[in-house]
Design a protein around this ligand. Structure first.
Ligand SMILES: O=C(O)CCC(=O)C(=O)O
Ligand SMILES: [Fe+2]
Length: 178
């Protein structure tokens, strides 16, 4: 996915974890952001909460069981949001966050765009429980190692996301509705 966060008002991304969007049989999954421009604090850089990858997973549903695609702030009172760090850097910077890491990004109110290429890599033996969230031509391509003959299962209790198989969706589609 490419997220061009436009200058002068590019959209905020609310606090979320990636794994509840695409639960897999294990959590050896990380998302990489490649910064195509220099990215400073005013451009709505990715923010991550250190150590939040250690858990827990939070519900991304509201109290009426509607998928939100983000975690309401009141559930995050103890999550250490005040310790979040901005991942800034010159063009070419690559950031990596684990699938359980709490992350978000502010609106881009600056005059400079914030284009990032977002790529997700997972262990070959992390097999999806759901349809792929962002189906692309490179989806499920093995870049190192070989296709797994067996799934490796980590014990977890994970609420399933909505069924993505009936069409393309993005994190923003749901967040915009909220
Ligand atoms: O573009 C961003 O700032 C974050 C995007 C993101 O977290 C996602 O696509 O899961
Ligand atoms: Fe994310």
């Amino acid at each position: 996915m490419i997220n061009f966060k436009w200058a002068g008002g590019g959209q905020e991304v609310k606090w979320h974890q990636d794994f509840p969007f695409y639960p897999l049989t294990n959590t050896n999954v990380a998302q990489f952001l490649v910064c195509l421009n220099d990215i400073g604090p005013d451009q709505g850089p990715l923010q991550v909460v250190p150590k939040s990858h250690e858990g827990p997973f939070y519900s991304h549903y509201d109290d009426d069981d509607n998928w939100l695609g983000y975690i309401p702030d009141e559930r995050l009172a103890e999550a250490g949001l005040d310790t979040a760090v901005d991942l800034t850097g010159p063009a070419g910077t690559v950031t990596v966050h684990h699938c359980a890491a709490l992350h978000a990004s502010r609106a881009n109110l600056s005059k400079l765009g914030r284009p990032v290429v977002i790529v997700t890599y997972c262990a070959c033996d992390a097999i999806g429980y759901t349809a792929v969230t962002y189906p692309t031509s490179n989806c499920l391509k093995v870049v190192r190692g070989e296709e797994a003959k067996y799934a490796r299962l980590e014990p977890m209790e994970m609420r399933m996301p909505p069924d993505w198989s009936d069409g393309y969706t993005s994190i923003f589609e749901h967040q915009e509705k909220a």
